[in-house]
Ligand binder design. Structure first.
Ligand SMILES: NC(=O)c1ccc[n+]([C@@H]2O[C@H](COP(=O)([O-])OP(=O)(O)OC[C@H]3O[C@@H](n4cnc5c(N)ncnc54)[C@H](OP(=O)(O)O)[C@@H]3O)[C@@H](O)[C@H]2O)c1
Length: 267
């Protein structure tokens, strides 16, 4: 890392708790890789302190922006001056750019990170049929990004069906021509199968979908990073499917975050 000086541009990550975050390490590696004079540091901010912290960020003239994670991804939208249409529709953001005049602009990159991860692995989404389990935060971002990336149709299945219906309606409001259906636990008939739920983090979790219906032509993808080999991915491999792990979704966001924060120009 370059020596921090009076010229160094500041970036941070807002989270509570903070100890587990990996973004500063990855972002600082990225800065070093492109010889960018910047530093990313952890900001431990509790929910009740978020508004005051964000107000303070506006006054930091050498701040490029912040990454936002749990539990602030939804609350941040109320505190910024502007947000991209997709972040507004998702109802959450994970990156905030500070403009030169102190205005704060929010965007959500989780879904784009997921799509970039697949593309980096050589998977093209254009024209593919996709099944998405879940309608929570991660699934929302992925649902919008899959449609944006050009899937031919998207099936959303969630335990709470009303949340899947709501996600479908919000995607359609941004992409009126999209082919979106509400599905069951059966993922058959889709080229791409994505677990966007939190099921699989704990050893005794149920599977997020009916793995007995998976077929060898399908690519099965995870959002869960820990464990790497979730029960779903193991079941998918046992049925002859290709798998895509949860880690690239985050790894591929570092470059996207840097671009959003205006760092890419240094490359
Ligand atoms: N790889 C990455 O970069 C990345 C980024 C963001 C998140 N994630 C991971 O994505 C996962 C989901 O996070 P999130 O923020 O989307 O969580 P969330 O907003 O709480 O959503 C959880 C989802 O899981 C479903 N679910 C939870 N327990 C269930 C159960 N017992 N049976 C059936 N469905 C269940 C929920 O269904 P209901 O709607 O019915 O409750 C909902 O669809 C987490 O593991 C998180 O670590 C990964």
């Amino acid at each position: 890392m370059k020596e921090i000086s009076g010229n160094t541009r500041l970036f941070g990550i807002l989270a509570d708790p903070i100890h587990h975050v990996k973004t500063p390490q990855r972002m600082n590696e990225h800065f070093a890789g492109i010889s960018f004079d910047g530093v990313c540091v952890p900001f431990h901010v509790r929910p009740e302190g978020l508004a005051a912290a964000v107000e303070g960020l506006r006054r930091l003239e050498n701040l490029g922006g912040v990454i936002v994670t749990i539990p602030h991804k939804t609350a941040i939208l109320e505190l910024v001056d502007d947000a991209t249409p997709v972040a507004r529709k998702i109802g959450a953001a994970n990156v905030v750019r500070r403009e030169a005049d102190g205005r704060l602009v929010a965007h959500m990159l989780d879904g784009e990170g997921f799509v970039r991860g697949l593309q980096t692995a050589g998977v093209s989404l254009e024209g593919k049929s996709a099944y998405l389990a879940g309608a929570g935060g991660a699934a929302n971002a992925i649902g919008f990004a899959l449609v944006q990336a050009g899937v031919s149709r998207l099936t959303i299945a969630n335990r709470t069906v009303s949340k899947a219906e709501d996600l479908k309606a919000r995607i359609l409001s941004l992409h009126p021509g999209a082919a979106i259906a509400i599905g069951t636990a059966d993922p058959s008939g889709h080229e791409l199968v994505v677990n966007g739920t939190s099921l699989g983090m704990k050893p005794d979790d149920a599977l997020p979908l009916d793995a007995g219906r998976l077929t060898p032509d399908q690519l099965v993808c995870e959002v869960i990073m820990q464990p790497r080999d979730t029960a779903l991915l193991l079941a998918a491999q046992a049925r002859g499917c290709k798998v895509h792990y949860g880690a690239p979704m985050l790894a591929c966001q570092i470059e996207l975050m840097a671009q959003m924060l205006g760092v890419a120009g240094a490359e």
